[in-house]
Write a protein that binds this ligand. Structure first.
Ligand code: FES
Length: 154
């Protein structure tokens, strides 16, 4: 369920679109910002709010990698392994991230601090190799810089 404040944000979004369902993506973004992820309960709530079937919302949440249908650790580390980053050594960055975070790709560390994901191109190829920690990009990485960065989060 959205907070009263976020529900007001949703209501004002509805005014910007010809149909409520057109506001689905930004409303899911608000929901994720509120909870840190989009639970099944939240997907059902949003489906009712915008007037689409639950299956439609589930399809959207599971299609776009920017939405998380599982609870994440405190820090979500996304390592880009697409072409530019791969050619600039993202394989070594993945190794460092997994070791430093204590979690393999697709896992959350036992202490709940880090969730590690592999990501497709995040549009920062010029700064390859790169990772995102939440919404913050870190570019021109080396294994050493990555280790230092992750250590600073512990
Ligand atoms: S390939 Fe990594 S940001 Fe584009």
């Amino acid at each position: 369920m959205l907070t009263q404040e976020n529900l007001q944000k949703a209501e004002s979004l509805f005014k910007k679109y010809p149909e409520k369902k057109a506001a689905l993506l930004p409303i899911l973004w608000i929901a994720q910002d509120q909870e840190g992820w989009v639970s099944e309960e939240m997907m059902k709530y949003v489906a009712d709010l915008v007037g689409v079937p639950y299956a439609h919302v589930l399809g959207v949440v599971t299609f776009y990698t920017m939405f998380n249908d599982k609870k994440l650790g405190k820090y979500h580390i996304e390592v880009c392994t697409n072409v530019s980053c791969m050619l600039k050594g993202s394989g070594k960055i993945v190794d460092v991230v997994e070791r430093a975070c204590g979690a393999k790709v697709g896992q959350t560390s036992a202490d709940g601090k880090f969730t590690v994901s592999e990501a497709e191109c995040m549009g920062a190829c010029g700064g390859a190799p790169m990772i995102a920690i939440g919404e913050e990009y870190h570019e021109y990485l080396t294994p050493e810089k990555t280790e230092k960065l992750l250590t600073s989060l512990k």
